[in-house]
Write a protein that binds this ligand. Structure first.
Ligand code: 1CP
Length: 350
C-alpha cells in the first residue's frame, strides 16, 4: 500500500502548511495525572522505559488528550548507556545517577558491550511497534536518542551536572580517550535509531541538550561532527525519514548547525530570537520555541507568546514546539489551550 507521508513528516521535510503542526518535548510526563498513575505501577524509571505495555500507554496519553501531530516514543536518552552496561538509576527527586566513566578501562567495557547492546533494549523497539498500531491515522511517531556529546556528559559526570568540569576536563586532557567514547556512542546511537525506524518510527530527533555549553572549536568537534556522522548514515539507509537536530543553547552557532549537520530541521531553544529563526528558515525547517515557563504560567502571556511565534514562523518551514521540555508544574488546561490556538491558526500571506 502506498500512502502519502503524514502531515508532520512533510512539515519537517520543509513543506509549508496552512495549519502548522505541533508537538511538545516531554509531552508525556509528570504534569499529567495519568502519567503519574502509570509510573506508580512500575518498579522504577528504567523499568518503566523497558515495559512496552506501560511505555506505550504513556506515549499515547498526551495524544488522547491534546491530539498532537506527532507522538514521541516514551523512553530516555540514558537508555543507551544502560544498554551499553553502565549502571543507571533514577533516584526520586534527584535525577539520574550513573557509575561514572573515568578512564580507558571504562570506555573499553562499553565498547565490549556494543555487540549485545540492541538485545538489551529490545523492549524499546516493541514499544515503537505497539505505539504505531495505536496512533490516529495522521499522527506520526518520532523516535529519538541523545546526541553523543550530551549523553557523554551524563556518562562522565555520573548524572546531571552544574559546571560540566569533569567531562570538559576529560575532553581537553585526554582527547584521544574522549574521542573513543564519542565513537562508541556514534556507533551505538546509529544502531539504536536504525532499529527504531525498522520498528516503525517515521521521524527522528537527536537531543543535544548540552551542545550550548561548548566553546566554538569543541562545539564543532564534540557536538556537530558526531551528529553529522549519525545523520549521514541514517540518511543513506532511510532517505524518507526526516531528522530533527536539537542543539540547545547554540546561540549564533545555530547557523553553523543548520549548514553542517545535514538534518531536515533544527530544534530552537527559547533564547533564539524570532527574526534570527526566520533567517534560518531560508536554509532549514525550524521547530520551537515557546518558553516552557510561559506554558506553565498560561493566560495572556502564554497566548501572546504563542501568537508571536506563529506570526513570525508559520509562513515558512516550521513545526510548533517548546524551546525545552514541559515542566511538571504545567496545568494540563494550558496545554489544551495551546493546542486550540495552534490548531485554529491560519497563516496570512503578507
Ligand atoms: O520521575 C520521572 O517520572 C522521570 C522524569 C523523566 C521523563 C518523563 C525523565 C528523567 N525522562 C523522561 C522522559 C524523556 N526524556 C523523554 C520522553 C518523551 C517526551 O518528550 O515526552 C525524552 C525525549 C527524554 C529526553 C531526555 N532525558 C533528555 C533530552 C531532552 C531534555 O529534556 O533536555 C535529557 C537531558 C534526559 C536526561 C534525564 N531524564 C530524566 C531526568 C531527570 C534527566 C536529567 C535532566 C537534566 O539533567 O536536567
Amino acid at each position: 500500500m502506498h500512502t502519502q507521508p503524514k502531515s508532520f513528516v512533510r512539515a519537517i521535510q520543509g513543506e509549508v502548511q496552512a495549519r502548522p503542526c505541533f508537538w511538545l518535548m516531554r509531552q508525556a510526563g509528570r504534569y499529567l495525572p495519568e502519567y503519574r498513575a502509570t509510573r506508580a505501577t512500575a518498579k522504577g524509571f528504567v523499568d518503566l522505559c523497558l515495559r512496552p505495555d506501560l511505555a506505550t500507554e504513556i506515549t499515547l496519553q498526551p495524544i488522547r488528550r491534546f491530539g498532537m501531530d506527532a507522538a514521541i516514543l516514551f523512553s530516555d536518552i540514558l537508555m543507551v548507556p544502560h544498554g551499553l552496561g553502565q549502571k543507571l538509576d533514577f533516584l526520586e527527586g534527584e535525577g539520574p545517577k550513573l557509575d561514572p566513566i573515568v578512564d580507558a578501562a571504562g570506555v573499553a567495557a562499553l565498547e565490549k558491550n556494543l555487540g549485545g547492546f540492541l538485545e538489551k533494549l529490545g523492549p524499546v523497539f516493541e514499544t515503537v511497534d505497539r505505539v504505531k498500531a495505536g496512533l490516529p491515522l495522521d499522527t506520526a511517531l518520532i523516535g529519538f536518542a541523545g546526541a553523543p556529546w550530551t549523553v557523554a556528559t551524563y556518562m562522565v559526570e555520573g548524572g546531571t551536572s552544574k559546571d560540566f568540569a569533569k567531562v570538559r576536563m576529560l575532553a581537553c586532557r585526554e582527547p584521544v580517550l574522549f574521542e573513543k567514547l564519542i565513537e562508541v556512542l556514534v556507533e551505538a546511537t546509529t544502531a539504536y535509531l536504525v532499529r527504531q525506524v525498522e520498528a516503525g518510527a517515521e521521524a527522528l530527533q537527536l537531543f543535544d541538550t548540552w551542545a550550548g555549553i561548548l566553546p566554538e572549536d569543541e562545539y564543532r568537534r564534540w557536538a556537530i561532527e558526531p551528529a553529522k556522522e549519525i545523520v549521514a548514515d541514517l540518511r543513506t539507509r532511510f532517505p524518507s525519514v526526516p531528522i530533527i537536530y536539537f542543539p540547545k543553547g547554540s546561540g549564533s552557532l545555530y547557523a553553523y548547525a543548520a549548514a553542517e549537520v545535514g538534518a531536515d530541521a533544527l530544534g530552537l531553544d527559547t533564547a533564539v530570537p524570532l527574526d534570527f529563526a526566520k533567517g534560518l528558515q531560508r536554509q532549514i525547517a525550524v521547530q520551537g520555541n515557546l518558553d516552557p515557563i510561559k506554558l506553565a504560567v498560561g493566560g495572556a502571556q502564554m497566548e501572546d507568546a504563542i501568537r508571536r511565534i506563529l506570526e513570525a514562523l508559520a509562513g515558512g518551514p516550521f513545526v510548533f514546539n517548546l524551546g525545552h521540555g514541559v515542566i511538571p508544574q504545567t496545568p494540563p488546561e494550558n496545554v489544551a489551550r495551546l493546542a486550540e490556538i495552534v490548531r485554529s491558526w491560519r497563516h496570512r500571506k503578507n
